[in-house]
Ligand binder design. Structure first.
Ligand code: BEZ
Length: 211
């Protein structure tokens, strides 16, 4: 099965380090970041999970629940958590799915057999309150992800879900944004009474809306 943007995120029930979880019930109308790592007791993954734990308050401020996964057992996740605490100064403070038979990994297409036929790649799925898949990122095992970038795209997704804007290259929270091309100038004038910088008819730059 291939998951694509706009699809309903496949539901599942799985054992995790925080007990059995039904994904949609656990999510319960929040945003969610579901991410896979290739293997427990590996170095890059150890740094990624520690850093993600340190971002707990940032995710909570955005109403995002975080959940990890690899094709290891819950027992291994628990044992490895101590190593993460020892080396990163914090242990995972979000559930980690034990998926030794790759049921959830296969639901989400997290195993790319030509890269490795048993380990998950580094997938990130951002799922909206409506349970639809909003963003997918795939990194290879050898490259640790940038979880600050995950927060940045959550900011963009949440902003663009509420306003008729898109975010330009390298956008950061508070930067100017772009009025979506689908909005006519007359409609834009109602939404953005302070005006905008029309660099081209299709490139209308405006201050980031609030609220
Ligand atoms: C790592 O997390 O360091 C890693 C995991 C699987 C393959 C290669 C590296």
């Amino acid at each position: 099965m291939t998951v694509q943007l706009g699809d309903v995120a496949p539901d599942f029930t799985a054992d995790t380090t925080e007990g059995t979880i039904n994904f949609h019930s656990w999510k319960d109308g929040s945003w969610a970041v579901l991410f896979s790592h290739p293997k427990d007791f590996t170095p890059v993954c150890t740094t990624e999970l520690g850093y993600t734990a340190k971002l707990r308050s940032e995710f909570a401020a955005r109403n995002v629940k975080v959940i990890g996964l690899s094709c290891d057992s819950v027992e291994d996740h628990r044992a490895w958590s101590q190593d993460i605490l020892d080396t990163q100064g914090i242990s995972p403070n979000f559930p980690m799915i034990g998926d030794p038979d790759a049921t959830v990994a296969n639901l989400y297409g997290m195993i790319h057999p030509n890269a490795n036929d048993t380990m998950t790649v580094r997938s990130v799925f951002v799922i909206g309150p409506d349970n639809l898949v909003k963003l997918m990122i795939t990194y290879p095992a050898s490259t640790g992800r940038n979880f600050d970038e995950v927060l940045r795209v959550v900011d963009s997704l949440q902003l663009t879900a509420n306003h008729k804007v898109a975010t330009p290259v390298n956008w950061q929270q508070g930067d100017d944004v772009i009025i979506v091309p689908a909005l006519s100038n007359a409609e834009a004038a109602e939404r953005f009474p302070g005006g905008w910088d029309e660099q081209k008819p299709y490139l209308r730059v405006v201050a980031q809306p609030t609220g």
